[in-house]
Ligand binder design. Structure first.
Ligand code: COA
Ligand code: ZN
Length: 316
């Protein structure tokens, strides 16, 4: 397999995950989770979003969360914004990077941010200006890259035109988001094969949801295509309130475990990550989808049943 020696993970659980938690998560607990995540060596954390508090009430404490976290050197802290108003708030709150959102599908964009794609791109132009004036890099995410829960297929030409506009606005990176877990590995490879050569110098990120158990296979396909940046969510939290059927992101500790097992470095302490996932389960009050918290790492060994050891034939 063609694997990169090192992968950069962006933890999105406190944004993509906490945004849809039905019960209010107190600000202090959000801060605790961000700080635990940074302590694992997490290189990037999408802490929260600066969106309309009417649209996403669960993250209405974005400023307080940003103000309360302990900044670890080596971790870059970002937030998601849909417009320039969000960018101004994010810059004032001290984010390192601005993450923007627009959908590749008109229906999902209207459902998510109440704008057509063209209207969103006007707002994102203003967003880019705010970010550039403040010296903050912009990473532009594109929802429903590999399919839309309302429209189905998203033509690659349509996706490419959205990427083109975002790159022209000066985006440093483009995040291809499989918002409702519709992508399959062959499709991920095909889309990347189309896009990557057309946009030299762009940093590509794959944002996956494990709705149909294809997140890690899709990540493997993207790594084969040279992508080395992935979003993931502690415990497998996550989902989009405006995309029916959306469920959790690829689980961070499951992904780090898979990469560790293959010898791909992430700089993240897996044991601490697993502990953090346990704590997040306590906070949200339910068992999360992650598998490694339940199964233990692949290096786990069990005691032999009685009477077996004596019967193992000696090796020649
Ligand atoms: N932060 C805080 N408030 C914001 C805001 C932002 N980034 N952008 C707009 N608002 C406020 C406006 O000031 C206005 O406030 P008012 O009612 O007190 O006057 C209100 O929200 C409506 O603004 P408007 O520009 O008319 O937006 P809208 O109602 O059409 O909503 C969005 C558009 C983009 C603001 C809203 O749909 C949104 O925040 N969506 C986020 C979706 C999301 O996070 N999805 C999940 C992640 S992919
Ligand atoms: Zn998502």
């Amino acid at each position: 397999m063609k694997l990169p020696p090192h992968v950069t993970i962006c933890e999105v659980g406190t944004r993509d995950g906490f945004q849809i938690e039905p019960d209010w998560i107190p600000t202090a607990l959000k801060i605790e989770v961000v700080d635990r995540l940074s302590a694992t060596g997490m290189p990037r954390i999408e802490v929260t979003s600066f969106v309309s508090p009417k649209a996403v009430p669960a993250l209405r404490d974005a400023e307080a969360v940003m103000a309360g976290i302990t900044r670890r050197p080596g971790t870059r802290y970002s937030a998601l914004v849909p417009n320039d108003k969000g960018a101004v708030r994010a810059v004032d709150a001290g984010v390192d990077d601005i993450h923007t959102v627009v959908s590749a599908s008109e229906s999902h964009n209207l459902a998510n941010v109440n704008m057509t794609i063209a209207e969103s791109l006007v707002k994102l132009q203003a967003t880019a200006q705010v970010a550039h004036r403040a010296g903050k890099p912009v990473y532009s995410g594109i929802s429903c890259t590999f399919g839309c829960p309302f429209e189905g297929d998203v033509p690659v030409a349509q996706l490419e035109s959205v990427v083109r506009r975002l790159v022209d606005m000066g985006a440093r990176g483009i995040g291809l988001a499989d918002t409702t877990g519709m992508a399959n590995p062959a499709q991920v490879a095909r889309v990347l094969e189309h896009l990557v050569p057309r946009f030299p110098g762009v940093e590509w990120t794959l944002h996956t949801h494990d709705t149909r158990a294809m997140a890690i296979p899709n990540i493997l396909a993207a790594m084969e295509m040279g992508v080395a940046n992935f979003d993931a969510s502690i415990g497998g939290l996550g989902g989009c309130p405006f995309a029916p059927g959306a469920s959790g992101n690829v689980c961070t500790e499951d992904l780090v475990h898979c990469l560790d097992a293959m010898g791909v470095r992430t700089g993240i302490d897996l044991d601490q990550l697993i502990e953090t996932s346990r704590r997040v389960q306590e906070i949200v009050g339910r068992v999360l989808p992650g598998q490694i918290v339940k199964a233990g790492k692949w290096t786990r060994r069990y005691p032999l049943p009685d009477g077996v050891r004596e019967r193992i034939p000696a090796r020649a």
